[in-house]
Design a protein around this ligand. Structure first.
Ligand code: AHR
Length: 494
């Protein structure tokens, strides 16, 4: 088995891993909001104020730091006033992007803030630039955050919420280069400046304004936005999805794949590193002090939908491969934590790389959920450099690194070492030196399976779940770890 030497350097921390990197995204799309989160107060499914209890509890346990809503593409056709007031009086609309279904607006602003309260997440509201007006956006912010007497604050009170909500994150449009209006970057930069002007700070509320950023490798978009509008923004977004084939018309199945489907997916997901480097380099030129955050507010796997499901609902299964994708990307965000301040995996329930899947009253946790759970220890921890050279993972003439590694130190002083072995068949032995380790207590958890496409179903919901990990050995201050193939491990050292 390949032996990999690692040197962990706690004495030179490399920045704080903002817990918002562990953020999520929930859109009015397919069965994410309706059924996945919102079942209504009359539902036989146990709920609190219409929000299903099983899902809320699972998300609360995950310590989700921030939740983005209502879209996505849906955000730029959402008119927030449709989603307030008595539910039976709310207008119905067509969700044109996602399956042409009827949206009854029963889940709106009040319900979203209630969800955030129940799961303990900070709200991130995405405003409508594509088909909304400046006035509408201004009024929404006033409705949510103004404390005094004003038409919108009074309307909020009439609707049962006397005090304003605390709202930090606000997105000024979504994918305005595409579904959010097909704009050119210079045009959007000007629109951004205009809309953002009226996104006001009321009372003590301070809004972190996020501009729509690039579609994957569109460096010119970042260049123009930074040049023309950086001083008016706090964050600039980036969207990148991992498709096994790289082709939108035939992306590949979530469960039916062979070794090449495994390898290609991991190779494509690693492209995130190049994206972070290139967009950060552009941002560095305009903002050397890194005031503006890079906000990766959509990322994750995107497969062909599950056979027999609505193509507009983006429902897909989630396997051990997704667990590796999650681990690798979270490690990249840690590595770039001085610029990447938030990331939001798409999407929380029943859509794309979800945390939980539901079917009627049943719910299951996906392998991706378990990685987010195991990695909780990294939230708000200090990133600790690890020197190592990864062995190559070569398949059909192409090579990627076999290992992805990250280390952090939490407020409790304990070091958290997470290790992903991307190789489908080969294990690795890690020999790590860490100052002061001789007297440390160690505990570990692992997520793995013999089958690369192992996943959880409603019949067998616990096929992939974290297990205690004990394949390590501490001798003379050096830690030796036997890492199985296709695995994610988290070790607590201290
Ligand atoms: O997450 C699904 C969609 O992907 C979002 O609505 C959109 O922003 C992106 O293209």
């Amino acid at each position: 088995m390949t032996v990999v030497r690692m040197n962990i350097r706690p004495e030179t921390p490399a920045g704080k891993i903002d817990r918002a990197i562990y953020g999520h995204f929930a859109e009015h799309l397919g069965r994410c909001i309706y059924e996945g989160i919102w079942v209504g107060t009359d539902s036989p499914i146990p709920n609190t104020d219409g929000i299903r209890d099983d899902v809320a509890e699972a998300l609360r346990r995950l310590r989700i730091p921030v939740l983005r809503w209502p879209g996505g593409c849906f955000a730029d056709e959402y008119h927030w006033q449709d989603g307030i007031g008595p539910a039976e009086l709310r207008p119905r609309m067509i969700n044109t992007h996602w399956g042409g279904t009827v949206e009854n607006n029963h889940f709106g602003t009040h319900e979203f803030f209630r969800l955030c309260e129940l799961i303990g997440a900070e709200p991130y509201v995405n405003g409508n630039v594509g088909s909304g007006t400046v006035y509408e956006m201004q009024q929404w912010v006033e409705y949510m955050t103004f404390d005094g007497e004003s038409p919108m604050a009074d309307l909020r009170r009439e609707n049962g919420r006397p005090e304003p909500w605390k709202l930090r994150y606000f997105g000024v449009g979504n994918e305005n280069w595409g579904c959010g209006g097909n704009m050119r970057p210079d045009y959007y930069a000007d629109e951004y400046r205009r809309y953002a002007t009226y996104v006001r700070n009321y009372g003590g509320n301070r809004i972190y304004k996020i501009a729509c950023g690039a579609n994957a490798a569109d460096n010119n978009w970042t260049e123009v936005l930074m040049r023309e509008a950086a001083r008016f923004m706090d964050g600039l977004s980036l969207h990148y999805y991992t498709l096994p084939t790289g082709e939108w018309h035939e992306k590949g199945s979530s469960t039916e794949f062979d070794v090449s489907g495994w390898f290609n997916t991991l190779e494509r997901t690693l492209f995130m590193e190049e994206l972070l480097e290139k967009h950060s380099a552009i941002m560095d030129r305009y903002d050397p002090d890194r005031r503006v955050g890079l906000i990766v507010d959509e990322w994750g796997t995107w497969y062909d939908v599950e056979p027999g499901t609505n193509p507009g609902f983006l429902y897909q299964q989630n396997t051990l491969r997704d667990a590796l994708v999650a681990g690798v990307n979270l490690h990249l965000f840690h590595k770039h934590c001085r610029r990447v301040r938030m990331a939001n995996i798409a999407q929380t329930v029943n859509v794309l790389q979800a945390m939980v899947l539901t079917e009627g009253e049943r719910m299951l946790l996906t392998p991706t959920y378990h990685v987010f759970d195991m990695f909780q220890v990294h939230q708000d921890a200090e990133s600790i450099p690890v020197d190592y050279v990864s062995p190559d993972y070569t398949y059909e003439g192409r090579t990627i690194p076999q290992l992805s590694v990250s280390c952090s130190r939490g407020a409790d002083g304990i070091l958290n070492l997470s290790l992903c072995n991307l190789h489908h068949a080969e294990g690795a032995t890690i020999e790590a030196t860490v100052p002061g380790l001789a007297s440390a207590g160690i505990s570990g958890r692992i997520l793995t399976n013999r089958e690369l496409n192992a996943h959880n179903t409603f019949k067998e919901p616990e096929t992939v779940k974290p297990e205690p990990f004990e394949s390590y050995n501490l001798q003379d201050g050096s830690l030796s770890v036997q890492l199985p193939p296709a695995s994610v491990v988290v070790l607590r050292l201290g």
